[in-house]
Design a binder for this molecule. Structure first.
Ligand SMILES: C[S@@+](CC[C@H](N)C(=O)[O-])C[C@H]1O[C@@H](n2cnc3c(N)ncnc32)[C@H](O)[C@@H]1O
Length: 222
């Protein structure tokens, strides 16, 4: 590794995370900004504290980052060298957060009624806002490394993606005030949870108009 390198290392068999450890360590030595992508199966360890090898890997990387941050904090930085941005995101492969519509051909009234019932809440149970957010991000063409900021607009949590290019509201209840506050930010795209409108078609129609009036032409509900 040479000083000033700025590559992304991909380790498909990450194990305990040696690649990340090495890169973080070398970045600290030569103040470079190399990145890493680690892939590790959830191979069981039989341990309670770290049930899978992936858990060991995550813990090791956390500890390395803490150690390097502590070292930096303890140093008198006479050269004014740039602060190292140390952090990582963890993603797990999983089925979509949104229940698929089972077009199994049964078009009789009962089956349709059952399907409709199932889709009143079409988000799978136990999924977090972050789970939904990253699925929406990927499906909207953004990378997993895209900067995401959590905003509070009219008292409602709204995710700002790529410096405000896309605003995502995944709250179970959306108000006119929230819609107006989102519109004021003038994002290129807006995504909201459909159930956030709770069948209030008037509110949804207002949202379309308010966004259009602000030149926001991409408004989607999921
Ligand atoms: C030889 S170890 C790598 C050790 C690693 N260099 C370290 O620093 O600990 C190989 C690792 O690859 C993982 N592995 C094997 N097949 C895999 C796959 N298809 N996808 C992801 N990880 C895999 C295994 O669980 C094991 O932890």
């Amino acid at each position: 590794m040479n000083e000033g390198d700025d590559f992304i290392a991909l380790d498909f068999f990450a194990g305990s995370g040696t690649t990340a450890h090495a890169i973080l360590g070398q970045n600290s030595v030569d103040r470079s900004h190399r990145k890493f992508i680690l892939v590790q199966l959830p191979e069981p360890t039989g341990r309670n504290d770290y049930p899978t090898i992936a858990d060991i890997c995550k813990e090791r990387v956390r500890r390395v980052i803490k150690k390097l941050n502590d070292e930096d904090a303890g140093k008198l930085d006479l050269e004014g060298s740039e602060k190292q941005d140390r952090g990582f995101r963890v993603f797990k492969l999983a089925e979509s957060n949104f229940k698929p519509w089972e077009a199994n051909g049964d078009s009789d009234a009962d089956s349709l009624a059952k399907q409709l019932e199932l889709h009143v809440q079409h988000v799978r149970e136990g999924r977090t806002a972050e789970d939904l957010l990253y699925e929406i991000l990927l499906k909207s063409g953004f990378a997993l490394t895209t900067p995401v900021e959590k905003l509070s607009l009219a008292g409602t949590t709204v995710f700002s993606v790529a410096g405000g290019t896309m605003l995502v509201c995944l709250e179970p209840e959306i108000t006119l005030e929230t819609i107006r506050a989102i519109a004021e930010k003038k994002p290129e795209r807006v995504v909201c949870l459909d159930s956030g409108f709770a069948d209030n078609d008037q509110l949804k129609a207002n949202a379309v108009q308010i966004f259009k009036a602000k030149g926001i032409n991409s408004f989607k509900t999921v």
